[in-house]
Design a protein around this ligand. Structure first.
Ligand code: NAP
Length: 294
């Protein structure tokens, strides 16, 4: 959190022709990444769960910027759909230069997916873990390539319960469920970085700023009123800053070999101690592989 007011880096490097996959690409942080990558000439693949929303965004962006934008559908609360999307991506894109995992939710109530996972854990961690794992060989073959995890300073709200990832024994709250899913992602990001060392593929996590997006709008009226009148106007910034930061992480030459780090927008920052426990990270890695059916 130390870097909340730091001045940020920006990149001017071209992304012309680079194939960039962005999840959660129709809204908020992901959408701003798409806008910025489109202006940098990238060939973008939007991974979204709703075709109508995705088409609307594609039309709006291509009307403003000549850009190649494709759409692949997947609901991240269903790992079978993530597998199908990965198969489509592997079939259609012989090279992948950048993968930005931005899809995410904050849910004030504990809900369970049809496969039996707590939903925030599945959408925020298991689904991007599976997608990244399934694309890893293609990323390696495309080297140099970059993976960016849109994580959160919210990881500080909770450690990850290896033995209670579905919140059956510990009391679930929206902030704890969210924090825990983001911690699980950080713990496994360091493992991905080790697995990719020397391959020319980097993986970093970032906090996209405290920005005005649709996050949390899936929650009840009370939460949405609280967000609208008390949180957003006072605290939240234009999400364009997230797009700028993601562009820097994806394009900046100085980031070509940096891996296994956490950035507050573009400033290198130390995560919470519970997200730096490498022994726990190895267990989280094995658990995530098992749960994702890898
Ligand atoms: N906003 C912030 O200040 C902030 C701060 C820290 C971290 N973040 C992180 O930034 C990322 C993006 O969030 P945002 O703030 O941009 O919120 P957002 O505007 O709500 O965007 C979230 C994106 O994720 C997608 N998504 C949600 N559930 C999904 C599912 N089951 N399957 C597939 N896609 C799904 C949404 O699709 P639909 O439009 O179809 O729902 C949307 O495209 C998240 O990982 C979030 O944790 C945001």
């Amino acid at each position: 959190m130390a870097n909340r007011h730091a001045s940020q880096h920006a990149a001017t490097a071209s992304m012309a022709g680079k194939v960039c996959i962005v999840t959660g690409a129709n809204s908020g942080v992901g959408l701003e990444a798409v806008r910025k990558l489109a202006s940098g000439g990238a060939h973008i693949v939007m991974v979204c769960r709703d075709r109508v929303k995705a088409e609307k965004v594609r039309e709006e962006i291509v009307a403003a910027t000549p850009a190649r934008i494709d759409i692949v559908l997947a609901d991240f609360s269903d790992l079978d759909q993530v597998r199908t999307a990965a198969a489509t991506l592997l079939r259609d894109y012989p090279r992948i230069d950048v993968l930005i995992n931005s899809a995410g939710i904050h849910s004030t109530t504990r809900t369970i997916t049809k496969a039996g996972f707590e939903t925030a854990f599945c959408v925020n961690h298991l689904a991007p873990f599976l997608l990244t794992s399934l694309l890893l060989d293609r990323l390696r073959a495309s080297s140099p390539a970059r993976v960016i995890q849109v994580n959160s300073e919210g990881h500080r709200f909770s450690g990850f319960h290896l033995d209670d990832y579905n919140w059956e024994r510990n009391r679930y709250t929206g902030l704890k469920g969210y924090g825990s899913s983001k911690t699980a992602q950080l713990l496994t990001t360091w493992e991905f970085a080790d697995a990719l060392a020397g391959s020319g593929v980097t993986i970093n996590a970032m906090h996209p700023g405290d920005v005005r997006t649709n996050i949390g709008n899936n929650n009840g009226l009370l939460y949405r009123l609280f967000k609208r009148f008390f949180i957003s106007p006072l605290m939240l910034k234009d999400p364009a800053i997230s797009g700028e930061a993601l562009y820097w992480l994806a394009a900046a030459p100085e980031m070509a070999t940096v891996s296994g780090r956490f950035f507050h927008l573009t400033i290198d920052e130390k995560p919470a101690a519970h997200a730096l426990d490498r022994a726990k990270g190895k267990e989280a890695w094995e658990l995530s592989r098992k749960l994702a059916g890898l």
